[in-house]
Design a protein around this ligand. Structure first.
Ligand code: FAD
Ligand code: N01
Length: 552
């Protein structure tokens, strides 16, 4: 029986960022009726939410863009090497206008629950506005970094000043002129915002728990010639990006294959060019700790060279994780900011925060009065948005129960017991480790190819077998363990969320390898997946497998 007032479509998509919009565009072209549901007031995803001062991409603008619209990639003029948030948002809004996408998006609406109805083989989705939608397929384009996290610091509710999170920054902007501002968090967001805030605020106090490695962006306007040269070879660049993610200058040598002088020269050459390319100076930096020590030492020496007060410089030097094992940061004048007279660094490892009072942050040795608190404290990454929805699959199995000990997927795309539920750039895929627009386009292409295949073969449902999923989870763990990545307490591992299972979530393989693996599965008739017949009741095998998993 249909639920009253249920709007029925072929496919429901949660989220209208890069992923949701491309999904809608493709599904429409395939003739599938599609409903996108988005909590924000417009398209853009993270670029709609993250309006903090200094927000910009760190994959170069010409690469951090869709490849599917080949006319647009020629027409669109990026103004800077790394576009700022307003420009990226304008680009996504332009894509929505150009392809008339907004008419299928329900904005200002949050999906609260999704239940698979096995009798109808449909997902029934309920929103915070009480609306009900059903679709044969449900695509979670809900983002890997879309659930901001405020710090659990005692007394924060007593603080009477304004509190902002970088990931949900007010649209009207925040005038910090003449105010005493505290920033908690020195990841990518904090490192971008701190230099900008320092210019406005009367006094800026940065509360740092973990020092991070940051590389200068050397951001600059893009010249017409730079644009023309890149655009002339766009097809080749896009093809290469599908293999490597971002077009860095990859090295064929290990860091210890050359002498110290050559190593230093290479690090300096790349430092002077700026950006994440620096991390690819040698090919073993992410697998060999001794090699990594050389690049980590180089950056620590640069920090000491930039920051005038030696004690502050030392506090800014990261020692507790190898470079690159936390997401590397890219900055404009970050370390230089600590030479300003109105900026103070508080090292929370030495003097932890004890509590907030109504007008101050109290650490173990001092009280810092502030008017405004900026939390650059990150996200419940990769699984936060998906688990934020009460998702129920076959036999009443909820995703929250199933993933209680960590996410389990096949290819990062689907999970056993949840037929026709697709996750874009989810845990178990390269996701946040690569240029995410490349990963997003790949996932949407794989999902839409899968829908076409199901139709051609008269199948109505698809889901992984538990065995194939288990093998994939082991494979993802092995890929991470072959690198230095698990050595950091990073959000890649869920370490930033108390109580979150510590599982290395992204798949640490080159995206080209991953694409080949995904294609091989499809070429073998979706090997590792169970498909159900035309409107048949759910296959017995799938139900049994899901039930078995709940009982495990
Ligand atoms: P998002 O852009 O996160 O969009 C997901 C949308 O889903 C959101 O708008 C959210 O409101 C909506 N949503 C979630 N849950 C629900 C729900 N229950 N109901 C309704 N709607 C919901 N990646 C790079 O590769 N390069 C970069 O340079 C880069 N820079 C970044 C800078 C910042 C400040 C941040 C935060 C991230 C950056 N990223 C970058 C990563 C970024 O997440 C991806 O590049 C990309 O924008 C993700 O797009 P998406 O559509 O998958 O997800
Ligand atoms: O978040 P983060 P982010 N007390 O989790 C600290 C993308 N992105 O928003 O490390 C004190 O990295 C926390 O300290 P610690 C990119 O993928 C890209 O900066 O847990 N401190 C850390 O310093 C990025 O990686 C860009 O010890 C607390 C910080 O808050 C991802 O988004 C720009 C605390 C959080 O850092 C997330 O970046 C922005 C507490 N209770 C974002 N809780 C580009 O440049 C947390 N912290 C492309």
């Amino acid at each position: 029986m249909n639920t009253p007032l249920e709007k029925q479509v072929d496919v429901i998509v949660v989220g209208a960022g890069f992923a949701g919009l491309y999904a809608l565009h493709k599904l429409r072209a395939m003739g599938r009726t599609t409903q996108v549901i988005e909590a924000a007031g417009d398209v853009g995803g993270v670029w709609w939410w993250n309006r903090y001062p200094g927000a910009r991409c760190d994959v170069e603008s010409l690469q951090y863009s869709y490849s599917f619209d080949t006319a647009l990639e020629q027409e669109w003029q990026w103004t800077e090497r790394y576009a700022a948030q307003p420009e990226i948002l304008a680009y996504i809004q332009h894509v929505a206008d150009r392809h008339d996408l907004r008419r299928d998006v329900r904005f200002n609406t949050r999906v609260e629950s999704a239940r698979f109805d096995p009798a109808r083989e449909r997902w029934v989705v309920r929103t915070d506005a009480g609306a009900v939608f059903s679709g044969a397929h449900l695509i979670m384009a809900s983002g890997s970094l879309s659930v901001p996290r405020l710090p659990d610091i005692p007394g924060i509710q007593d603080f009477k000043g304004k509190v902002f999170h970088t990931g949900s920054w007010p649209h009207e902007g925040v005038d910090l002129t003449g105010l005493r501002v505290g920033v908690v968090g020195t990841g990518s967001s904090g490192i971008q915002a701190i230099p900008q805030i320092a210019r406005q605020a009367a006094q800026l106090t940065v509360f740092q728990r973990t020092a991070n490695f940051s590389i200068p962006a050397w951001n600059a306007p893009l010249t017409p010639q730079q644009q023309q040269e890149f655009k002339a070879a766009y097809r080749e660049h896009r093809a290469r990006a599908r293999e490597v993610g971002t077009l860095y200058e990859f090295s064929a040598k290990g860091a210890l294959d050359v002498d110290a002088r050559q190593r230093e020269a290479e690090y300096q050459r790349r430092w002077d060019k700026g950006g994440v390319n620096f991390v690819h100076s040698f090919n073993d930096l992410m697998v060999n700790k001794a090699s990594n020590d050389t690049i980590s030492d180089f950056v620590r020496a640069r920090i000491r060279g930039i920051v005038k007060d030696p004690a502050v410089a030392e506090d800014l030097c990261p020692y507790d994780h190898p470079l690159g094992t936390k997401r590397i940061c890219v900055d404009t004048g970050y370390y230089e900011t600590y030479n300003r007279p109105n900026v103070k660094l508080v090292n929370l490892r030495k003097t932890p925060i004890e509590r907030f009072t109504s007008n101050a942050v109290r650490t173990s040795d001092a009280e810092y009065e502030i008017d405004v608190l900026v939390c650059a404290t990150g996200y419940d990454a990769l699984t936060g948005a998906v688990l934020g929805i009460d998702i129920q699959g076959r036999g009443g199995l909820t995703l929250r129960e199933k993933w209680a000990h960590g996410p389990r997927t096949l290819l990062g795309l689907m999970t056993a017991g949840f037929p026709n539920l697709y996750i874009v750039t989810g845990a178990g895929s390269p996701s946040v480790l690569v240029n995410m627009v490349v990963g997003i386009e790949h996932h949407i292409d794989w999902i839409t190819d899968c829908l076409t295949w199901l139709e051609q073969w008269g199948r109505t449902t698809i889901e992984p077998t538990v065995q194939a999923q288990d093998r994939w989870v082991d494979h993802v763990n092995a890929a991470a363990n072959a690198t230095l990545l698990p050595m950091a307490n990073s959000w890649f591992l869920g370490a930033n969320i108390p109580g979150k299972p510590r599982v290395f979530m992204p798949y640490a393989a080159k995206i080209g390898i991953y694409r080949t693996e995904c294609q091989a599965v499809a070429d073998k008739g979706y090997e590792g997946f169970i498909t159900g017949g035309p409107r048949a009741a759910a296959t017995k095998a799938a139900t049994t497998a899901a039930a078995k998993e709940v009982s495990q």
